[in-house]
Design a protein around this ligand. Structure first.
Ligand SMILES: Cc1cc2nc3c(=O)[nH]c(=O)nc-3n(C[C@H](O)[C@H](O)[C@H](O)COP(=O)(O)OP(=O)(O)OC[C@H]3O[C@@H](n4cnc5c(N)ncnc54)[C@H](O)[C@@H]3O)c2cc1C
Length: 477
């Protein structure tokens, strides 16, 4: 921290952290404010995080390229970048490999850094933040003291003092509540299939079991299904994500032509009725229910906040999976490949839970008993259940530190951290005390719809302008 330079540390260099850093640099340039942005992540790459690190070209974006711009207002930025790189006119309706999007984000950040002309400086640090302490004017925490910044402790032992911090921790560990005894420490168990190199030890000639039937499972099945191996996929409901409509997306045009009623549902029953009604309406008009889900998207935070606590609980326990399979859809090519794999008997999808598992120390195989009475013997079990959003369940040192010190407190329903509408952390005492902001997955409890690029890029811009505002209005920090 120095008197003439504003200093922000962004924790996490996945999509959220990269977009936050880019928007902070843009905002610094606009304000003419000398700013240093430290972007901290142990990962060797920038912009990839969990979703865009996969090198497998069969792992596609589940959103058409035309809707994946890094900037809220420049819808075709990604398509233009991609067309330049590929040397062809990329169609905005294409579903392209996710690895390309990771490269684009890194490039978008470089462009913002270059456009700053030295007013904003980007520093990339390969480290992990393990704790954040509040800094006060006196150096001690006294009643009535105002925070003037934060001190971030790094895994390698150093510290960074900053005027503000942004938590872009994204997809934390996958949930493990379903794990039977003995499976977690089995060599055949893959706790996080997105960890680089996670599939390296999956035996090529053995069947595999994928637990979870969402988008992660679909990608893993595409990678692993092959003649001579059966991929078994199970989840409590056995529901697969629906596919996107083939051809150009219809939703934006349709919704402007048929504006949905102002979001009047205040309870879950009314909300479900309205979705069914709108789905029937769009089906009659276009033979497609999907716009009924897509048109809700900008209003989801409001609809979520309006629901009563028991209704939100009901949604989380009884309706979640049904919602997810309609909201988070498969690219058509992935859908076709999975259908073909199922027809060929290379992939099975069942509604079942894992009841017990026993490892065979000689063969390294795992015998898994399922709740539908079947048993499968597999070379690997992959945890495809998706990331854990209930922060109290997480063992991540930084999350534990923030909850333990009261700098952060769980969001509604224990999901993510509680934040102000601008994304600043609420402390356990109920104030936005520390100059720490967050975006993406960690805002789940407040907003529900917060993990896709459309939401993340808007949040990145909002928090960047708030943080820079706080720099020129010093009473805020
Ligand atoms: C498989 C998958 C596919 C998706 N596809 C799409 C899509 O096509 N379109 C779309 O709009 N959305 C998609 N999403 C949703 C969204 O874009 C992604 O979730 C995206 O990964 C969010 O980025 P993130 O930076 O918040 O999180 P992450 O990608 O999880 O990145 C978080 C980063 O923070 C780092 N980190 C964590 N803790 C610390 C710490 N203490 N110190 C330093 N660094 C830390 C991690 O190392 C990681 O690099 C997808 C999500 C997944 C999981």
């Amino acid at each position: 921290m120095s008197a003439d330079t504003f200093h922000v540390v962004v924790v996490g260099a996945g999509a959220s952290g990269t977009l936050a850093a880019a928007r902070l640099l843009d905002a610094a340039a606009d304000a003419g404010l000398r700013t240093v942005v430290d972007l901290v992540d142990p990962a060797p790459t920038t912009g990839r995080g969990l979703a865009y690190a996969t090198p497998d070209p069969r792992h596609l974006l589940n959103v058409p390229a035309g809707r994946m711009s890094a900037l809220p207002d420049t819808g075709d930025d990604f398509v233009r970048w991609l067309s330049g790189r590929e040397g062809r006119r990329v169609d905005p309706g294409e579903y392209v490999p996710r690895t390309l999007f990771g490269s684009y984000l890194a490039d978008a950040l470089d462009r913002s850094a270059a456009a700053c002309h030295g007013i904003g400086v980007l520093r990339r640090r390969h480290d992990r933040v393990v704790a954040i302490d509040r800094l006060t004017r006196t150096g001690h925490r006294l009643a009535g003291d105002t925070d003037v910044g934060v001190r971030l402790r790094l895994r390698t032992g150093g510290t960074l003092d900053a005027d503000a911090a942004v938590l872009a921790l994204g997809n934390l560990a996958p949930g493990t509540a379903w794990l039977p005894a003995g499976l977690a420490d089995s060599p055949g168990f893959v706790a996080d299939p997105w960890r680089p190199g996670a599939l390296a030890d999956v035996p090529a000639d053995r069947d595999v079991l994928l637990v979870g039937t969402g988008l992660t499972m679909c990608d893993m099945a595409r990678t692993l299904a092959r003649p001579g191996r059966t991929v078994h996929a199970v989840s409590r409901h056995g529901l697969l994500p629906q596919a996107h409509a083939r051809g150009a997306p219809t939703a934006p045009a349709d919704t402007t032509r048929h504006p949905p009623p102002v979001p009047e549902p205040h309870d879950l029953a009314r909300l479900k009725r309205r979705i069914r009604h709108r789905a029937a309406f769009y089906r009659r008009l276009y033979g497609d229910w999907r716009p009924a889900i897509d048109e809700l998207r900008p209003d989801i935070p409001l609809l979520w906040q309006q629901l009563s606590v028991p209704d939100r609980d009901r949604f989380l326990t009884a309706e979640l999976r049904e919602w997810e399979v309609h909201r988070h859809r498969l690219p058509p090519a992935t859908d076709r490949a999975l259908t073909a794999a199922r027809r060929a008997g290379l992939l099975t999808v069942q509604a079942a839970e894992v009841v017990a598992a026993q490892r065979n120390n000689d063969s390294r195989e795992v015998a898994v008993r399922l709740s539908d009475g079947r048993s499968v013997t597999v070379g690997a079990v992959l945890n495809c259940t998706g990331t854990e959003s209930r922060v109290k369940e997480l063992t991540d040192p930084l999350v534990r530190n923030l909850l333990g010190s009261g700098v952060a407190t769980p969001g509604p329903h224990g999901l993510g951290f509680d934040t102000t509408p601008e994304g600043r952390l609420m402390s356990a005492a109920g104030h936005d005390a520390a100059p720490v902001w967050t975006l993406g997955q960690l805002r789940r409890g407040n907003l529900w719809e917060t993990t896709a690029i459309a939401e993340i890029r808007a949040q990145a811009r909002e928090l960047a302008s708030r943080i820079l505002e706080s720099a020129v209005t010093p009473t805020l920090v």
